[in-house]
Design a protein around this ligand. Structure first.
Ligand code: 87F
Length: 722
């Protein structure tokens, strides 16, 4: 600890006085990021770093010359490329001995501050490499662990440099552009592809910097969280924002949302639902009118308390959902049974100040959704609507996003507490083996109408003062979470894979096969053929674009559009034109096929339908193979640990659900070594599926709950979940 204090005082002698932020131990960068998210006292812009120590191949007789690399965590730090720039041979990670003997540190605790611990006799041999991106932006602070992983200091690039300069004898310092390095290597890799191997037509001046030009480097299986972030940002679907838990939905992502809106909006319109818009602010009086409903959610409600520097007379909540906003007006607008049904929907954003680790699209503090709210005269009518809406949600997932879902009803513990019953579509993320709630459609019964006095006179009654009947209500919501689920299910190691129905660009047309020897005439012929194909496809209702940019190789363009998930690529070169055909390459399975130009429209349309269907079929096959019938408790946790969901005969008791969660969480599994890798999270019920297994079917009074042994009522879908 003394070292940390010494370091803090050293930083303060360099004019840097902000104390370190204390937090729980961060064992790795992901944990570090998660812990910092939502922590208090953080600067608005910061970047997490990694510090790596390498050593070149050297004759034993020479003194060791380590290389300390200080880089943004996101930067790709290839030892090969670093070695090449420094003209050092065979750069490798330094051994534990080097870390201990020279830096007095160990794996996992390396930071720039270890440089201060290097004995004088070694300092002259140490090289330091600083990632240029850390120094580029004066507004972004750099986050380091000050020798311990329970604290983080945020310093400027300037302070980092002063600190390094302050170390006596340390003078081999290089600033390296890792973004340029990795762009250059991905360009080189792209250029190695067979189609691009021919000499290029024009001098290539591909920019080597800028994150948007980078492909995805993380692997989906190897580091799923990093992969997900890279896919979203590098496809330009989404960007990070300087308010924690809030993200920018960029045009590519927003297009997907608009396709969902269009489909769903048409669906509800034909059910007689009309769109409207209610204000986003709720007074505390109104918000708390339905106390029970809001109680559990209160910590997540965000409040506006000031205008300029003046306190508001009454703080205003930002809607987390609009039951309490809308239902007073239902009471006002509904007077007679003739005013029923009242069916309204709004497309808006809501704010829920989550404290759990945020994840783009899946758990964000502000998100886009639609919320539908309806009032009916009878329960039957309301129930029919609940199911009609759920069917539309299923179709959004399956028909648009090519994501299979399981329909069912929530358990008492998992349903919306304000309502009577919650129906749901549940998705599944195979890479993590976790379930995810996709959208919910609630039957609210008369709970809210009693609270808000939404009543009509009984039309059957002959009395002068007709008795009042409380209306039966429904509410239902689907959010931009849909997009996250789609990305997680279909994306691969090259990036996004978009189902054609939601892809902004469905077909990208790329000229190829041109060489330095190609004539201007050839170039024009190919470009015209691309534009012609584009125009024909557009006329046929296909969202096609040509990429005629001159300064990029075909290989570079392939990667560019692959990261962005474009479902189909058409390559047109001189040889294709001679044969009056084009080469098509599918994004989902890389299949190549030749397409005759004269029937291009039909072939492309069929191919897009086939891609859409194949993506759904593949995802469904995965889901089917990962939902396991579990008929005895001993198989329950091992099944979850093999990244599956379970269908179990269940008693449907809340107490039993609590026990299942408890018994399947890491804590209660003890420290048996085979469970070491098991996620700590316990399993919860995802739904009671409408479609129940029939073999073996539940025999009432005979089949027992696998957890508690009481009579099982139905099969329940249980799993770890988001
Ligand atoms: C967070 C803060 C305050 C969920 C909340 O599912 C209130 C709530 O009421 C809250 N989080 N909920 C439940 C929302 C129920 C329902 N509302 C209409 C939906 C679909 C759309």
């Amino acid at each position: 600890m003394a070292d940390v204090n010494a370091l803090v005082s050293k930083l303060s002698s360099l004019g840097f006085n902000d104390p370190p932020v204390e937090h729980a131990a961060a064992e790795n960068v992901q944990q570090w990021a998660d812990i910092l998210t939502g922590a208090a006292g953080l600067p608005p812009n910061y970047v997490l770093t990694k510090s790596l120590i390498f050593k070149p191949k050297q004759p034993k007789s020479e003194s060791i010359a380590p290389v300390v690399v200080i880089a943004a965590n996101e930067s790709e730090t290839s030892p090969k490329a670093i070695g090449a720039e420094l003209k050092l041979k065979d750069l490798r990670f330094a051994s534990d001995e080097v870390l201990k003997d020279i830096f007095q540190t160990a794996k996992g605790s390396v930071s720039p501050f270890a440089l201060a611990q290097v004995p004088q006799e070694h300092v002259g041999n140490v090289r330091v490499v600083i990632d240029k991106s850390l120094l580029d932006n004066a507004d972004t602070l750099i986050a380091f662990h000050p020798l311990v992983n329970t604290r983080t200091v945020f310093i400027t690039g300037e302070t980092l440099q002063s600190y390094i300069r302050s170390i006596d004898g340390l003078d081999k310092v290089t600033v390296m552009d890792f973004a340029a390095q990795s762009a250059a290597s991905s360009t080189a890799a792209a250029a190695k592809k067979p189609a691009a191997a021919k000499p290029a037509a024009a001098p290539k001046v591909e920019e080597a910097t800028g994150a948007s030009l980078l492909g995805v480097t993380a692997s989906k299986e190897g580091d799923f969280p990093k992969w997900y972030n890279q896919v979203l940002t590098r496809s330009e679907m989404l960007d990070y924002y300087d308010v924690s838990g809030c993200y920018i939905v960029r045009p590519l992502g927003y297009f997907v949302w608009q396709q969902i809106q269009e489909f769903f909006d048409a669906g509800i319109r034909s059910l007689g639902v009309r769109n409207c818009y209610f204000p986003m602010f709720v007074s505390s009086r109104v918000l708390e009118r339905e106390k029970d409903h809001i109680e559990g959610f209160a910590p997540e409600v965000a409040w506006v308390t000031k205008a300029g520097s003046k306190d508001l007379e009454e703080p205003l909540a930002i809607r987390p959902t609009s039951e309490t906003v809308m239902y007073p007006y239902f009471a006002k607008w509904i007077r007679s049974y003739r005013d029923l049904p009242l069916k309204i929907n709004q497309w808006c954003s809501v704010v829920r100040w989550e404290f759990k680790n945020p994840q783009p699209f899946l758990r964000t503090r502000e998100f886009l959704w639609q919320e539908g709210h309806c009032a009916h005269f009878t329960k039957d009518e309301a129930m029919t609507e609940v199911h009609d809406i759920l069917a539309l949600y299923r179709r959004v997932y399956e028909e648009l996003l090519a994501v299979p879902v399981i329909e069912g009803v929530k358990s008492e513990k998992e349903k919306f507490a304000g309502g009577v019953a919650t129906t749901t579509v549940e998705g599944f993320i195979p890479t993590t083996g976790r379930g995810i709630q996709g959208g919910t459609s609630h039957y609210l019964g008369q709970n809210f109408s009693k609270m808000f006095n939404v009543v009509v006179e009984d039309p059957e009654s002959t009395e002068a003062e007709r008795p009042k009947i409380h209306v039966h209500q429904t509410s239902w919501g689907l959010s931009t979470r849909t997009i996250g689920v789609m990305v997680m299910i279909h994306g691969d190691d090259k990036g996004l894979v978009l189902p054609p129905r939601v892809a902004e660009t469905q077909v990208i047309i790329i000229p190829c096969g041109l060489t330095v020897k190609s004539s201007d005439e050839d170039r024009r012929r190919i470009a015209d053929a691309c534009l012609n194909a584009e125009a024909r496809l557009k006329m046929a209702g296909v969202r096609a674009e040509s990429d005629l940019r001159e300064n990029y190789t075909p290989g570079f363009k392939y990667s560019h559009w692959e990261v962005r998930g474009v479902p189909l690529r058409l390559e047109i070169g001189p040889k294709d034109l001679d044969k009056q055909s084009v080469l098509s390459v599918r994004r989902d399975n890389a299949d190549k096929a030749s397409m005759a130009l004269d029937s291009l429209e039909e072939s492309v349309k069929m191919m897009l339908i086939n891609i859409q269907d194949t993506m759904l079929a593949k995802a469904r096959a995965t889901l089917d193979s990962r939902v396991k019938l579990v008929l005895k408790w001993e198989d329950f946790v091992p099944t979850l640990n093999s990244k599956c969901l379970t269908l179990i005969p269940w008693c449907e008791r809340e107490e039993c659900e609590d026990q299942i969660k408890d018994r399947s969480s890491r804590d209660s599994l003890g420290d048996e070594p085979e469970d070491e890798k098991a996620p700590s999270m316990g399993a919860k019920s995802l739904c009671l599926p409408f479609k129940q297994p029939e073999n073996p079917a539940i025999v009432p009074g005979e089949t027992k709950c696998i957890q508690c042994g009481e009579n099982a009522k139905r099969y329940a879908l249980f799993g770890r979940s988001y």
